[in-house]
Write a protein that binds this ligand. Structure first.
Ligand SMILES: [Zn+2]
Length: 439
């Protein structure tokens, strides 16, 4: 046993000092290459919103992004004022950001709205760092570039969707006029065009061309893409003993990981030899692979909170499946483990969600700190300490400074009061699982 511990310790030391740092540097989220993230969550009775967008550090671009976000939020508010439908209206904004090279930066906002129907579009912004200004295709390519792209795109879509290409919408939308090709991003080795739903087809589609092919039309140079470096296996050895006779609670953190706050929470857990469950979002997980590995190595649990935080009950079965599986694969790629617990965003679920969850346990909560609402450390701490009882599942978000501060205090106080801080799976192991039904 002692020898085993030493081996684990050695592996951990090696891992923390070597692999994770290297991995972090070489392994950014392939879809979020630049900037830090601004994240907002609002769970109202009338509407739910989950918004995240980048802060790139380029003022002009950041101002424009902020304007767009404000406009999207105020339009959504206006559109939902007299809403009388069944499920809560939802606004969900995510983003992708790409660096072509040191000069050209593209941001793509992915906007999903559910009011009476689902609407899903993307909007792109293109920024030239050298000129400190926005750029368009005309700035980068020769005049005869667009007819060439249009022809290639037409051929591609005709091979993919032969029937739908006979419609007038397609013929108009694919024609070589600038306004048809305004939604695009420059990646390292290719140019990608997006066509929103209702432009070419009912569904949204994309078309990409490598810079190799575009060489006659531009001076832009092709740059090699960073290759994904796979991780070594991560050890997961139980390092603490749980006493089933003593009270226990499970702290759970949703919507992360975020570098600043998740790290602080992990530090506090480690100090008290305690664990928690982190219901991570797939698109944030890939930005912080080292944090995910640390969670597992320090005995915490990672749960699946979907890829982009959409209300699953508003999606088709295929899309629910995609949200869940994409996240399972992302987490597995980083930690070599598949999560066995899922928490659907906003706790919303129906039969489709249940069937897509398959053998994974759907976990909600028994104590809601409403930390996203108060954003007040003291309120959060008091709410928990005044109502906590044995076997509670406590809901928090590692999105805000106040939540992290509250978590640090709570870890200490709960520990003082004799609570063991365990993962949700451990909690289920030692409980009558019926007590969590219906929440
Ligand atoms: Zn959430």
């Amino acid at each position: 046993m002692k020898q085993k511990r030493i081996i684990i310790l050695l592996c951990m030391t090696f891992f923390m000092s070597g692999c994770s740092k290297q991995a972090l540097k070489e392994n950014p989220n392939p879809h979020q290459e630049i900037g830090s993230e601004v994240a907002e969550l609002h769970i109202g009775t009338k509407a739910v919103t989950s918004v995240s967008y980048p802060k790139t550090g380029y003022e002009k671009l950041d101002t424009k992004i902020a304007q767009k976000i404000r406009k999207l939020k105020s339009d959504f508010k206006k559109d939902t004022e007299n809403y009388r439908g069944e499920s809560a209206p939802e606004l969900n904004i995510n983003f992708e950001s790409y660096m072509k090279d040191k000069r050209y930066l593209s941001v793509r906002l992915l906007i999903y709205e559910h009011i009476y129907n689902n609407k899903e579009i993307s909007q792109t912004l293109h920024y030239d760092i050298e000129k400190d200004d926005f750029f368009d295709l005309d700035d980068l390519f020769e005049d005869d570039f667009l007819p060439y792209v249009s022809k290639q795109a037409r051929q591609y879509f005709q091979s993919q969707y032969p029937e739908e290409c006979k419609r007038a919408d397609f013929r108009i939308g694919i024609s070589p006029v600038t306004q048809n090709y305004q939604e695009f991003v420059l990646q390292k080795d290719k140019l990608v065009f997006y066509f929103n739903p209702g432009t070419l087809f009912d569904q949204g589609v994309s078309f990409s061309m490598s810079f190799d092919k575009l060489a006659p039309y531009t001076d832009l140079e092709k740059e090699e893409k960073t290759v994904f470096v796979p991780y070594d296996d991560v050890l997961n050895e139980p390092v603490r003993v749980i006493d089933p006779k003593q009270p226990m609670v499970a702290l759970t953190f949703d919507d992360g990981p975020t570098r600043k706050y998740t790290e602080a929470i992990l530090d506090a857990l480690k100090e008290h030899n305690s664990a928690a469950t982190f219901f991570v979002l797939g698109n944030r997980a890939s930005n912080a692979p080292d944090l995910l590995q640390r969670m597992i190595m320090e005995g915490s649990e990672i749960g699946n909170h979907t890829y982009s935080h959409k209300q699953l009950t508003t999606l088709s079965k295929e899309r629910i499946e995609e949200e869940i599986m994409h996240t399972q694969e992302t987490i597995h790629k980083i930690t070599n483990q598949y999560p066995s617990v899922i928490r659907p965003p906003y706790g919303s679920r129906n039969d489709n969600v249940l069937s897509c969850a398959r053998n994974k346990r759907i976990v909600t909560w028994t104590l809601d700190t409403e930390d996203w609402k108060s954003r007040n450390t003291k309120t959060i701490v008091n709410r928990v300490m005044n109502t906590v009882k044995d076997k509670d599942i406590i809901l928090m978000h590692d999105l805000y400074a106040t939540s992290a501060e509250a978590a640090i205090i709570l870890i200490d106080e709960l520990h003082e009061q004799g609570y063991q801080l365990v993962t949700v799976s451990q909690l289920y192991e030692y409980s009558d699982s019926h007590q969590y039904q219906g929440k």
